[in-house]
Design a protein around this ligand. Structure first.
Ligand code: ADP
Ligand code: MG
Length: 302
């Protein structure tokens, strides 16, 4: 069963483009990263999923239910953390969590208290006097406290300090182990790459690609330098799969490798190796290639 499925989902704000023909499938139990630069259409997609706005055309299903017709049933099973979270300034953190928990028909207070403790949130202060980071913690506890089947989190990691970021990753991972699904938007790949199983990349309203993080890593290029004990023949490395930009100067080899290093390492093993240095191209660079290119380019490069 799919946790989220959209079909040709399209939203125009008047004449302005929101999203266009988005076909998205999120599997039950995965952590799915929804990535794109500001204005790409992430929040629009999320608001459509939650029936906060209506599509111009197309269709969305959440937990196998119709996003619009079955909205009430979906609301009980899904937690949503908006990007522009606004809470009542007069309430304390604890009151806010109690109130939001009751909207869900009550929550496991032991688990809620554990979340408050783990995120080091002081629940006694008023929302108004909290820093942005602390308000975001309230939002995170509110989202997780009901152990929802699906978490829809709109840029939850923006502005989190590293400690909270780490704890957030643990929480999402625990939800995954319980078979629950997370849909997490971000405009910063490094903030979600450790967390996600798969990512969808949206740009200018269109879903450009959906890839597993593992696949993206395989496609990553690595700079590699090998130092040998004595000069090596360049021909020994010329036809090694995945090797590009090969240079051999006496006992020093440098090249770029796409994908697995295995073939190159085996070729090098025919000689005495003094040292190997590699430098990974960050996933962020791969993503910038997606962001920067036209919609067809990433597929052509694949
Ligand atoms: N309420 C709105 N009225 C008009 N245009 C909007 C509205 N909300 C979003 N947009 C436009 O839709 C596009 C996608 O915005 P959004 O979904 O907020 O992107 P993201 O969340 O990825 O930053 C942008 O061009 C934005 O200006
Ligand atoms: Mg947004």
């Amino acid at each position: 069963m799919l946790a989220i499925r959209t079909e040709q989902l399209t939203k125009y704000y008047g004449k302005a483009r929101g999203i266009l023909d988005v076909d998205l499938e999120v599997r039950t139990g995965e952590i799915f990263g929804f990535l794109g630069p500001n204005g790409a259409g992430k929040s629009t997609t999320i608001r459509l999923l939650l029936d906060l706005i209506r599509p111009t055309s197309g269709h969305a299903e959440v937990l196998g239910l119709d996003a619009h017709r079955d909205r009430l049933a979906i609301d009980r099973r899904v937690a949503y953390l908006p990007g522009d979270l606004s809470l009542y300034g007069d309430l304390t953190g604890a009151q806010t969590l109690h109130y939001l928990g009751n909207l869900r028909g009550g929550v496991d207070t032991t688990y809620r208290d554990e979340l408050v403790r783990r995120l080091e949130l002081d629940p006694s202060s008023r929302i108004r006097s909290m820093s942005r980071g602390n308000r975001q913690k309230v939002g995170l506890v509110a989202a997780f406290q009901g152990r929802p089947e699906l978490l829809v989190l709109d840029e939850p990691t923006s502005g989190l300090d590293p400690f909270v970021q780490l704890e957030f990753e643990r929480l999402a991972d625990e939800a995954r182990r319980e078979g629950r699904t997370s849909f997490i938007s971000s405009h910063m790949l490094p903030e979600v790459e450790h967390l996600c199983d798969r990512v969808g990349i949206i740009r200018e309203g269109r879903l450009l690609a959906v890839e597993s993080i593992a696949t993206l890593k395989e496609r990553a290029l690595r700079r590699l330098e090998i130092e040998f004990a004595s000069p090596v023949p360049p021909d020994a490395f010329r036809d090694v799969p995945g090797v590009r930009d090969l240079r051999v100067d006496d006992a020093r080899l440098s090249c770029t490798v796409m994908g697995s290093l295995d073939a190159l390492v085996k070729a090098a093993a025919g000689f005495e190796v003094r040292g190997i240095r590699t430098q990974d191209t960050s996933l962020e660079e791969i993503f910038l290639a997606y962001y920067g290119a036209g919609p067809e380019a990433p597929h052509a490069a694949a």
